[in-house]
Design a protein around this ligand. Structure first.
Ligand SMILES: C[S@@+](CC[C@H](N)C(=O)[O-])C[C@H]1O[C@@H](n2cnc3c(N)ncnc32)[C@H](O)[C@@H]1O
Length: 255
């Protein structure tokens, strides 16, 4: 399904007040990624965080890493307020991460639960690699094709998720050495499908569809879900990857 950035931006903006109380899986992902990153190195000069949102990962950065300068980025401008509460001296780069000016070099680019929103992962990584120091680290979490399988089985809606092996293959092609790659599954249980849809809305994920669902649409989804599944379960399937950019990376055209 093509991603409409304006719609994604609007849905995440609306979900911000409720996000932290509902982003249980995103929190697990941030914690796992940070644990693994600290084993590789907890010290960096310049960090760029992509898709800062409400600052969930930013808090892990402050608690666990030593750094000289931190830059945050999000397509939602309000994210700056959340980031500044965590790191008052942070620089905030507002806008699409694909369009960040390539005039600085970072030794760590980090992102939690964001890269699935980019249709072309290879193009994104190619752009980000131009902003990295030789031997710089990229650490990110995203989701595999099994993510939200119940939603795609019932509604046909899904993002263009890549498997762990596909992600590793792209990273290797672009001149990264993969230091860590692992996936896990987390099932969340709900009392009914409507409660599950509310959970998704509160984490900004109702932007899977570019249309606002009518009451009739929601009712139809819930009926179909109940016919297919005896219990309301939502499967998350996160992947955490940490990779180092080789000193002489392969340059692939980003067209
Ligand atoms: C699921 S939230 C994750 C937020 C945060 N990283 C966390 O760990 O909770 C995804 C975030 O990515 C941002 N985002 C989506 N597409 C983006 C893009 N193209 N450029 C920058 N940020 C983007 C959204 O606005 C949202 O804040």
């Amino acid at each position: 399904m093509p991603v409409d950035f304006k719609h994604v931006k609007k849905q995440f903006e609306k979900s911000m007040a409720d996000y932290d109380n509902n982003a249980v899986v995103q929190e697990l992902m941030a914690s796992k990624m940070m644990g693994e990153l600290c084993k590789i190195s907890p010290e960096y000069e310049n960090i760029l965080e992509i898709g800062t949102g409400t600052g969930l990962l930013t808090k892990y950065i402050v608690r666990n890493l030593k750094y000289k300068h931190y830059y945050g980025n999000d397509i939602v401008e309000k994210s700056k307020e959340y980031v500044k509460k965590v790191i008052p001296q942070a620089d905030f780069i507002y806008g699409n991460a694909m369009k960040i000016k390539r005039d600085r070099k970072f030794d760590l680019i980090i992102s939690n639960a964001v890269f699935q929103w980019f249709e072309n992962f290879e193009k994104l990584l190619n752009i980000l690699s131009c902003m990295m120091m030789p031997d710089g680290i990229i650490a990110f979490s995203t989701f595999s094709p099994e993510n939200f399988q119940e939603i795609s089985n019932v509604s046909g809606l899904s993002l263009n998720y890549k498997s762990k092996d596909e992600l590793v293959c792209i990273l290797n092609k672009l001149g990264f050495e993969v230091l860590y790659a692992d996936g896990f599954c987390k099932e969340l249980k709900f009392n009914n499908p409507l409660e599950m849809l509310v959970h998704l809305k509160k984490t900004g994920v109702n932007s899977l569809s570019d249309k606002i669902w009518s009451l009739k649409h929601i009712k139809g989804f819930c009926e179909k879900y109940n016919e297919k599944y005896p219990q309301t379960v939502l499967t998350y399937s996160p992947i955490v990857i940490i990779a180092r950019l080789n000193a002489n990376p392969v340059k692939v055209s980003d067209n």
